[in-house]
Design a protein around this ligand. Sequence first.
Ligand code: MET
Ligand SMILES: [Zn+2]
Length: 342
Amino acid sequence: MGLESSDMSCFISDFVQKYGGYAVVDGGFATELERHGANLNDPLWSAKCLISSPHLVRRVHLDYLDAGANIILTASYQATIQGFEAKGLATEEAESLLRRSVEIACEAREIYYDNCTKGSWDLVENGNTTRRPVLVAASIGSYGAYLADGSEYSGDYGDAVTLQKLKDFHRRRLQILAEAGADLIAFETIPNKLEAKAYAELLEEEAINIPAWFSFNSKDGINVVSGDSILECASIADSCRQVAAVGINCTPPRFIHGLILSIRKVTSKPIVIYPNSGETYDAQLKEWVKSSGVSDEDFVSYIGKWHEAGASLFGGCCRTTPNTIRAISGVLSNKSSSPFKS
Ligand code: MET
Ligand SMILES: [Zn+2]
């Protein structure tokens, strides 16, 4: 079941408005899978668990729901038909794993709803206690994420990668995920303008009938990682009628405030923010360098400022955990009853 186009662009702003002026996104998915013992040193990264340990994927969704997330992202970030085929899977098997990523998130949501006791419901509406509903966002990582060579943090695909090539790469996965029962598509860690353009054109050409968000990453707080202007990137998202929110993920917390102000200059769509812990990723060593990370307390101390600057959806990306999300959720629910102040 799809939405009319006017409903699509307002889908997230309506949701946020209805449920207290904010929404809580989940945290680092791969990080939490690893904490449960998964070995993700693989070109498929977190998507490897869709093959080897779907129960763990469900567990991680539940961990984030229990922590207060009300938008959960599927394990499909690095799940691509091309990547699964490289592992020897047939095309049909690859496609069914993509669908499975959405089904598992929906199953976790059902389990969570079933387990909810009245006492844990946290929103009062018309005098009745209701719970904040959960949305399932089907994650789509960049072409660079599929390459697994660090180019999702450089945004440099070389001249051979054209708009057409990116569209062809993403087309089938987008079609499948859009029809698998998710509430929205989360295009994450978009490293350059070309890929944003490819997504916008695909949403239009394929007449995708669920809304999407575009989330970029930055390593200087001024531009997206490729050096392309955040203003131009966010403008592409703003012009696309199916895009219901624009934002930043997998970027150090210290860069976020300025990026929100820039995005606000070119769009009035809701802004989604889910930074990483501030640690940096060493693509050669394939590990995170701890030095510059922030504690959960420090991370959460930014939330008020980000909200004031115009963001309304908050979560975490790599190296954040259910504890980070629990802290974010706590701070937001305390503040939602009074005018929001930092
Ligand atoms: C490299 S960014 C990864 C985003 C994805 N949603 C995850 O948390 O695993
Ligand atoms: Zn990340």
